[in-house]
Structures are given as C-alpha cells and as structure tokens.
Design a protein around this ligand. Structure first.
Ligand code: AMP
Ligand code: ZN
Length: 464
C-alpha cells in the first residue's frame, strides 16, 4: 500500500511500526458549533481509510480528539451566558449525532482536553526541562530556535517564517514564532492549577499529549485537513519530537479542502452548510458518495448539481443491490458449483482492481469507477436462472467494496424492511379486494420514491 506523506512530499510504501497494526490520530473538532460539511470531508476520509485498513486485515487503533477548551468556546459561552462546559458538552453530543447520520463510526477513543490536563502539564514540564520551553509571567512558550527541524513539515525555513510572521507586540517571546503551551488565566475564564499558576493549555499541546498518552511516542499515521499543516502540525512535531527525541508520526496525511465556488468552506467566510441543512434535501449517504467521488487530496467543489449526479449514481448502485436481493430470494437454483466458479473468475478481478487503486494512496475516485464496472458486469450476467450461490458471491463482492466507503448500508434491516412490509400489506389488501387500501399503499410507496412492477417472479420494486 502506498500513501502520500506530507512530510516527504512523496507517495511512500506504507509500513506500520508493528506488523498488522496501525496507530492513527486525527485532529478532531473544536466543539463550539455544529460542524460543517467541509469538516465532514476530513472526518469521512479518515473514517473510510480506517475501514479500508481493516478490510486489508490491519487492526486499527484510531484516536480523534475533541478540543473542548478554546477561545471560541469561551466566547460562545459568554454570549449565551452559560458555563463553557455546557457549550462543549452540547456540541460533543451534536458531533456524535451528525457523525452517525453521515455513517461515520466512532473512533476507538475521543479524548477531551479537559480530561487530560494532568498529562498536558507533565508534557510541558518535560519540554521546559529539556530546554524547549520557557515560562514568562505564568505563560509558557515553546522555544522554536531550540528545535532544529522546525519547519520540516510545511517546508519552510525558520528565517522565511520569521519574515512572513505577523508582527506581534509580545515582549515575552524570544522569537515571534514561539507559540503558547500554557496560557495564564484571565479573570472569569475556566482555569486549572499548574506549576506556573492558574491557566489553561494552548491549542497545539493537546494533540501531542493525547497522542503520546493513548498511542505512544511514535505513531503510524497523523492526519487532519490541509489547513492544519502549518502551524498546528508543525508545532505538534516540535513538541512531540522535542519531548521524546523520536519521530512523532511516520506518515502525515492531509485532506484537500471542500470548497464552494473555489473558496474553502469555512465558518469565517459564512459559505458553509451543515449536514442537517443538506439532509433537508438529500439523503446523507449521497453526500458520502459525493465526497469519495474525488481523490481525498484534491480540492472538491460542493454544488447542488454534483449532489444530484451523485444521487443518480448511488441510485444505480442501490438498484443493482436490490436486484440481486430480489433474485436471491426468488431463484430456484440453489447451487451450481461450475457456475459459482465461473462467477469467481469473472468477478474477482474487480476486487483485485479495487484493491490496486485503493492501495495507491486511497484513490476512492478510481475505486468507485471499479465498483461501477463490477455493477455493469453483474447486471448483464445475472438473472433468475443464476444459482443462489452465484448470486451470493456477486452480492458479497458488491457489499464488501461499497462497505469500505460506507455505502449501500441501508438495507434489509432498515428501509427495505419497511418497504417490504408495505408491499406485503398491499398484496393482502388486494387479496381481500380492499382496493382503496391497496391504492393508498401504492401511493405511499410512490411518495417514498418506490415503483412496483409485477413480474412472473412476483412483485419487484425499485427506487426511482
Ligand atoms: P476545526 O473544528 O476547525 O478544528 O476543524 C476540524 C477538522 O476539519 C480539521 O481537520 C480541519 O482541517 C478540517 N476542515 C476544516 N475546514 C475544512 C474544509 N473546508 N475542507 C476539508 N476539511 C476541513
Ligand atoms: Zn491536532
């Protein structure tokens, strides 16, 4: 498997620290608001990468943090006149609600800053001991001049960075690029006891401390959106490698921006949509399909038109799935070993091809193209005369490959069940010559976007 590593600006063969295991950390949201679908792109990419690693047989240990103490949270709490904990707890709950609606699984752990203050303080103390940090008047700063590799991730020299830095009047700092590890408490703000007095952690230190606590000094993969390369990830490297003297992450993965009219979707530009807003018009699985229709490193423009084409494309996949389910239920031929062999030979190359393109830096766009080739092949080669084993083989490949992307999960157990119950009730009504009821059910189904077809094998349904 090859992954593009921001640290080397190259696609590299992926080799985990420990055979068969992956330690992965992604920067999570600052919880002061609902997340937007730009944030969702990044969350979805790591979610699907994790699925894919698991599909390839790795055991993945995946951590995504919550930044639950920050200026933005405190400001929102002041605006609403509530404790900041109330804001962060609310938006953590909402994060899980929205993530679930987008088919994003929970990470193995979602640690919070406020539950790791002790570890953060210890981390900072270690940096001071080693000469990478200094305290001035209750604030602790990272000393970038002490870390010789500063700038290695964003490929900038300390000199260039200094020239470009915003001129800031802070006499306490030795270098304008020094960043805060611990902030002295301001009145009325949440704060914790520390060797430097009351205060709270700066933003960057939390990820270094939590990654080390939960995954160890060196991890396999560290990721986030492209906007985090500098300064956040650059600073994480300075902190973690300063503290441990070892490489922090072997592969740095950054997700391209979700844009609107070629501008990054962001809260500050007010050009964002929340998953809930999208859900008013589209099933959120369509958004997932849309996100994976581009390579994760490329920018992706969000538009209604692209959502509509994603909707149509996803529909074709669902039709293939529904058709297979229908055939499996109705075929009379249970087993035909020769035919199953034929199917294996015919369809397994799609699985190989899918793995080949996904192994090449997680190319979901090509992965989706392979799935469509598979679907075309299945559609033209299965029928009611295909044996159940053959159909099941085709079905399994389709479900496995789409499952990696978190697609085609709506099935028997959810919506399809509902539809089938309605169809059965309608059949019953017809038997009882209750045509008013049977018409009513037909209309309900029609409103759900379902059309019925009478076939010699019974009632068939599809989404339109
Ligand atoms: P935040 O809550 O702002 O820290 O963002 C959470 C995650 O979303 C981070 O990994 C960001 O890099 C990422 N992110 C923010 N905006 C976008 C965007 N427009 N496209 C892709 N990822 C984004
Ligand atoms: Zn981080």
């Amino acid at each position: 498997m090859k992954l593009y590593n921001t640290l080397t600006r190259k696609k590299e063969v992926f080799k985990p620290i420990e055979d068969g295991k992956i330690k992965m950390y992604a920067c999570g949201p600052t919880v002061y608001n609902y997340f937007h679908i730009g944030n969702a792109r990044t969350f979805m990419v790591f979610d699907a990468m994790r699925n894919y690693f698991e599909y390839r047989g790795y055991e993945v240990h995946f951590i995504q943090n919550f930044t639950d103490i920050d200026d933005k949270i405190i400001n929102k709490a002041n605006e609403e006149n509530v404790p900041s904990k109330e804001i962060s707890e609310k938006y953590i709950r909402e994060y899980f609600r929205d993530a679930e609606s987008l088919g994003i699984r929970k990470a193995n752990l979602h640690p919070k800053v406020t539950e790791n203050i002790k570890e953060i303080i210890q981390f900072i103390e270690e940096l001071i001991r080693k000469g990478y940090a200094y305290e001035v008047g209750g604030n602790v700063y990272y000393n970038v001049d002490a870390f010789k590799d500063y700038g290695k991730l964003s490929k900038q020299s300390l000199k260039d960075l200094q020239v470009g830095a915003r001129v800031e009047i802070n006499e306490d700092k030795k270098n304008v690029l020094d960043f805060v590890l611990w902030k002295a408490a301001k009145p009325e703000e949440p704060s914790w006891e520390s060797p430097w007095g009351l205060g709270r952690p700066g933003w960057h230190i939390e990820c270094s401390a939590m990654a080390q606590k939960y995954l160890g000094e060196t991890i396999d993969i560290h990721g986030g959106g492209g906007d985090l390369v500098f300064p956040h990830h650059e600073n994480e490297i300075a902190q973690s490698e300063g503290c441990s003297g070892k490489p922090f992450a072997n592969y740095w993965i950054h997700v391209g921006y979700l844009n609107v009219e070629n501008k990054k979707m962001s809260k500050s530009l007010d050009n964002f949509f929340t998953p809930r807003e999208i859900a008013e018009e589209f099933d959120l699985e369509i958004l997932r399909f849309f996100m994976f229709s581009a390579h994760y490193r490329n920018p992706l423009n969000f538009s209604r038109d692209l959502m509509v084409s994603s909707q149509n494309a996803l529909e074709r996949l669902y039709n293939a799935k529904n058709n297979l389910e229908h055939l499996m239920k109705n075929t009379t031929e249970v087993s035909n070993p020769e035919e199953v062999e034929g199917f294996k030979e015919r369809l397994s190359p799609y699985k190989d091809k899918f793995i080949e393109v996904m192994d090449d830096d997680f190319n979901t766009a090509d992965g989706i193209a392979v799935i469509f080739d598979l679907v075309r092949d299945i559609n033209s080669n299965v029928s009611i005369a295909t044996s159940k084993d053959g159909l099941e083989y085709a079905y399994k490949i389709l479900i496995d490959l789409t499952g990696v992307l978190g697609l085609l999960n709506k099935g028997e157990d959810t919506l399809d069940k509902e539809i089938e119950v309605l169809i059965e009730r309608r059949q019953q009504a017809r038997k009882e010559k209750n045509y008013a009821l049977s018409d009513e059910i037909r209309d309900t189904l029609k409103n759900m976007g379902i059309v019925l077809e009478d076939t010699p094998q019974g009632i068939k349904w599809k989404r339109v």
